[in-house]
Design a protein around this ligand. Sequence first.
Ligand code: ACO
Length: 326
Amino acid sequence: MKRRYSRLRGTGGYLPPRRVTNQDLVAELAQRGVETSHDWIVERTGIHARHFAAPEVATSDLAVTAAKAALQAASMRAADIDLIIVATSTPDMVFPSTAAIVQHKLGIAGCPAFDVQAVCTGFIYAIAVADSMIASGAANRALVIGAEIFSRLLDFNDRGTCVLFGDGAGAVVLEASDEPGILATDLHANGEYVDILCVPGHVAGGQISGRPLLEMEGRAVFKLAVGVLGETAQAVLAKAEVDASDLDWLVPHQANIRIMQATARKLHLPMEKVVVTVHEHGNTSAASVPLALDCAVRAGDVKPGQLVLLEGVGGGFTWGSALLRM
Ligand code: ACO
């Protein structure tokens, strides 16, 4: 029997309008007595600016705007979609899922809709699940979204983390096809590292129990991220029997330019083949990869027929990759 593949039909992205430069953030933090500088942030991370959502905006709002852009790029209507997966760690509510809210805001009903929680690797997990469901015949046209309002999880008294993250959403439409498509995916998690990157609070009896703000051991995360991103890239390339030198583009999780440079070096890829948006977006967690992909597609850099490696790493610890022919 002929294998069913999933092909990418369109991408979309959305950044909330409030752009916060390093200078803006330095000034805001100074009022709290928290000291940082544009130079420190740029030198250690490559970030120049990030976007923050307004208080009345929900993660599903960002997701819907990105989803509509992806549908338009795919020349499809919301009614054509038969699967919605939203990757997020900042859902609108404890439940129901943000995906169900997105489905309703798109004006459709009936198709399966659910969230995936793998922090910054969430979009890679969501793509892998959608790909499996399309390959098995369970779905034909999937909307896969990464959407986050990470600014609401930040401790603005912790200069080691609050300068790193931003808000946004990215989306893709995948469709069943005889032609690849997604060539291979590779997913991993290791719960041993829960404590090095977490938001340890939870809801209990109508109260927040524990600290509901992001905590991170930066150096430990950095070291682990560089190691596992190299490994998962090699693993997915091996599964598809493709050499790294055949890649047209690497679209890595946009956390830190130094992590991206280290991954590119491991794959012997020049930085010209790496899509970089961290300078303008900061780390948008599950939104970072689809947002970066959408920027590169709309800029005309990533073109039909090209070979693209998507990679993510994040809390859990989780990591993974997806290799696709555009
Ligand atoms: N401004 C000025 N100084 C700062 C700041 C800041 N914003 N933050 C920390 N420092 C200081 C520290 O206090 C420390 O000072 P000290 O030496 O006097 O103690 C010094 O800078 C160095 O601190 P480190 O934490 O060792 O700095 P490092 O070079 O490791 O950079 C960073 C920190 C950028 C967080 C880095 O460790 C990193 O990028 N880690 C990975 C983070 C990441 O990628 N997270 C997300 C991945 S998964 C996900 O996306 C959820």
